[in-house]
Ligand binder design. Structure first.
Ligand SMILES: Nc1ncnc2c1ncn2[C@@H]1O[C@H](COP(=O)(O)OP(=O)(O)OP(=O)(O)O)[C@@H](O)[C@H]1O
Ligand SMILES: [Mg+2]
Length: 399
């Protein structure tokens, strides 16, 4: 596989007495020792790695371990203290300012967590922003932005404004903005961290789907080992600015380099920490206050399912209806669902550990409904999803 990005002995020291701090780094002093003795913060300490063309490379580590600093040095928002960065074999640290700016704009795009959309611009204009500052003609940039919005599933939103979109959709706009640039490298710093679990899973799927066709080189920072294992081709684990281990998800899980990595893995010892909210999927619902049998039947046909979850206007959970009962209502020309809703559906709270309800899940044929303390329907748990999540496989929604 071709090397796209190569980072060599990259170091960043923040603060004063950088020279002295560097000497201490070379002498093998720890981040804490250096902070104590010279008052400088070691952001990144002698990091080396390569990212292959078309690879999703996940950087993981606790808060303050240097993940963002690495990504910011790659796109040169931060000047490295020492070390080299190559893109397609070209040494970025040797480039003149103007050339560098060019490489940065053409070859890389960045997606941030909680990135800000301009409230007074349409979604299309927001998406085209990166191209606009590159001086791309309006028609061209709007066309490209439009295509990028289609790619991330935001068909029809071109002329809406940010406040009209949910948080998850706004994050998609961030991704679309990066894709519109058509750059070869995507740098994603905790891009999905602000999303709720379902939206987050959707975005991970979206990214994996996109990647099948686009083959970008993606450097993806995450706090979450589950996310890293799910989307990463390889994972790099950092501690106190240093690279602790680089490996495939399998290697990280089976051959942790040291105790620090082991602790990360323990955290995902799957059955121990998986909660209902980790494994729930998005249910198909109808609204009992608004939808009648015909709409309900349509919903089932559209989604190729034989039952749907019933909520009310406040999205509170009511029960389940199945197709044969709904057909009955249609035949009898009854326009309300109430008489056929099955109400004794098992429910659970979002933070219930899966282990505690495992047995019931495997014994009940109806998926569990996950509800909050006000009985709002958050998701449902199907058997296949639980097994998939525990074994680390894709959640199979069609069970
Ligand atoms: N501009 C700065 N000035 C001084 N110190 C900084 C600066 N940016 C980062 N640091 C320090 O560098 C270290 C690495 O920070 P960095 O933001 O890269 O961590 P991170 O792994 O991205 O953490 P998080 O998961 O919280 O985002 C930390 O000790 C941080 O305090
Ligand atoms: Mg960070």
């Amino acid at each position: 596989m071709a090397e796209k990005l190569k980072v060599q002995n990259l170091t960043k020291i923040f603060g004063r007495r950088i020279q002295k701090a560097q000497e201490l780094v070379k002498a093998g002093k720890s981040k804490a020792e250096i902070l104590n003795s010279v008052g400088a913060t070691v952001g990144v300490n002698n990091a080396s790695f390569t990212v292959n063309d078309g690879e999703i490379f996940v950087i993981m580590g606790l808060s303050g371990s240097g993940k963002s600093t690495i990504i910011r040095m790659i796109n040169r928002l931060i000047e490295p203290t020492s070390g080299k960065i190559f893109i397609d074999g070209q040494d970025l640290t040797k480039l003149e300012k103007k050339e560098l700016l060019n490489v940065r704009r053409k070859k890389m795009s960045m997606v941030f967590q909680n990135f800000a959309l301009f409230p007074n611009r349409t979604i299309l204009e927001n998406t085209a922003y990166g191209l606009e500052i590159q001086g791309v003609d309006k028609d061209v940039r709007h066309q490209k932005a439009h295509e990028a919005l289609e790619l991330v599933g935001l068909h029809g939103y071109d002329d809406q404004f940010p406040t009209q979109l949910s948080g998850g959709m706004q994050q998609r706009v961030g991704l679309a903005r990066a894709l519109a640039n058509n750059s070869e490298i995507l740098l994603m710093d905790e891009a999905f961290s602000a999303l709720d679990p379902l939206n987050r899973k959707d975005m991970q799927d979206e990214l994996l789907d996109l990647q099948e066709n686009l083959h970008k080189t993606i450097v993806f920072i995450s706090h979450d080992l589950n996310e890293a294992l799910r989307i990463g081709d390889r994972i790099m684990i950092m501690k106190d600015g240093e690279v602790v281990q680089i490996g495939t998800p399998e290697e990280i899980l089976t051959q942790p380099a040291d105790e620090y990595v082991e602790r990360f893995i323990e955290d995902v010892d799957r059955t121990k920490v998986l909660t209902a909210s980790n494994v729930m999927i998005r249910p198909n619902t109808v609204n009992i206050d608004k939808d009648g049998p015909r709409i309900t039947m349509r919903r089932m046909l559209e989604n190729e399912i034989s039952s749907v979850y019933v909520v009310n206007n406040q999205r509170k959970f009511i029960g389940i209806v199945d197709a044969s009962h709904v057909m009955d209502l249609i035949r009898k020309k009854i326009t309300k669902l109430d008489s056929v809703v099955q109400r004794d559906v098992p429910t659970t709270s979002p933070d219930t550990p899966i282990t505690t309800i495992m047995e019931e899940i495997s014994e009940t044929s109806i998926p569990f409904a996950v509800v909050d303390d006000q009985n709002h329907l958050l998701g449902i748990i199907i058997r296949g999803a639980v097994l998939g999540a525990i074994s680390g496989n894709e959640v199979n929604v069609d069970e």
